[in-house]
Design a binder for this molecule. Structure first.
Ligand SMILES: Nc1ncnc2c1ncn2[C@@H]1O[C@H](COP(=O)(O)OP(=O)(O)O)[C@@H](O)[C@H]1O
Ligand SMILES: [Mg+2]
Length: 298
């Protein structure tokens, strides 16, 4: 097992720290490091999940390579050695398999959510308004039901606080007609591809979120791709519409946190070793099932 990594301090200019990833500036490229941090109920846990960063980086890389001819993306390479062309510092070995070199893009601040099944905040909005992000749905759907067609239900990408639904018109106003149309069509195409691929491997991708950015004159996919962090993965053999579904990866963690009586305000409680290990195993399993590969380790 690879040691857990929840913080990085590389000898490179730090651009930003997200909830999970640390970003270093390489000029017109970025080094994106997926740490082992995990969040639940929008709070980052103090305890890391072993191998989670490896899974996120290598699963995203897998999809970027597989779908690059459908939708252009930022992916250049997964770090496979401490010395990488164009990286001015020698990297610690623990970056191998965990960090990725990508094209730096001008991010468009929209969370491009696609839903193939009605669940989560989509289910809530549907019950209240019969619509999600301005997309009207047939009456009488039950929770977790597969939709006749996947729908594009974007939200704002809030710097802090919760993301708010956007209609397609809102996206056009914010990002322009060309980018809005590209983001919608590309998100739907990627989701359909991933959904069919995962379904054959026993995983339902109920919904997912993509981010896009401008690179020169092109709208490209950035950030991560079809991972358990950016998507709802459900085990296909346990799928029972009519209520909420068990989550493939975070169910142990959510159940533990709910039973612990934690009020969902930071700080989160420390996680016991068996919850950490069960969660880690689910991330590894998702990776194995989807890619059929072994994780590259430092
Ligand atoms: N190619 C790219 N160019 C510019 N920004 C990017 C690129 N890829 C990812 N990002 C940004 O890097 C950050 C990744 O860190 P993450 O932990 O996922 O953040 P968050 O807490 O916003 O989810 C996100 O803010 C994402 O928008
Ligand atoms: Mg993110």
């Amino acid at each position: 097992m690879t040691p857990v990594l929840t913080e990085t301090a590389l000898d490179l200019p730090l651009l930003a720290r997200g909830k999970v990833r640390d970003l270093y500036d390489l000029g017109d490229r970025l080094l994106i490091v997926a740490t082992d941090r995990i969040s639940a109920f929008d709070v980052v846990m103090l305890t890391g999940i072993p191998d989670k960063g490896l899974v996120l980086t290598q699963l995203s890389a897998f999809w970027f390579e597989l779908t690059g001819d459908i939708v252009p993306n930022h992916f250049i390479a997964v770090v496979d050695s401490p010395r990488i062309d164009g990286v001015p510092a020698e990297l610690p070995r623990e970056m191998i398999g965990r960090a990725m070199i990508v094209q730096k893009a001008r991010r468009i601040d929209v969370e491009c959510v696609v839903r193939g099944y009605i669940s989560g905040s989509g289910w809530k909005d549907y019950q209240e308004h019969g619509a999600v992000s301005g997309v009207r749905l047939l009456p009488g759907l039950e929770e977790s039901q597969e939709l006749p067609e996947p729908i594009f239900t974007p939200t704002t990408k809030a710097q802090s606080g919760h993301d708010l639904p956007m209609t397609f018109r809102n996206v056009v106003q914010m990002a322009g007609e060309r980018a809005a149309t590209a983001m919608k069509l590309r998100s739907l195409a990627l989701y359909r591809y991933g959904r069919d691929y995962a379904r054959e491997r026993g995983i339902i991708i109920a919904d997912t979120k993509f981010e896009f950015g401008w690179l020169d004159d092109e709208v490209i996919l950035i950030d991560e791709c079809l991972t358990p962090d950016s998507s709802r993965f459900w085990p296909a053999d346990q799928y029972r519409p009519g209520g909420p579904q068990p989550s493939f990866d975070k169910q142990f963690l959510r159940d533990y946190l709910t039973d612990s009586g934690w009020n969902r305000e930071p700080p989160a409680p420390e996680l016991p070793p068996e919850i950490v290990e069960q969660t880690a195993e689910k991330y590894r399993e998702a990776f194995r099932r989807l890619t059929g590969r072994e994780l590259i380790r430092p």
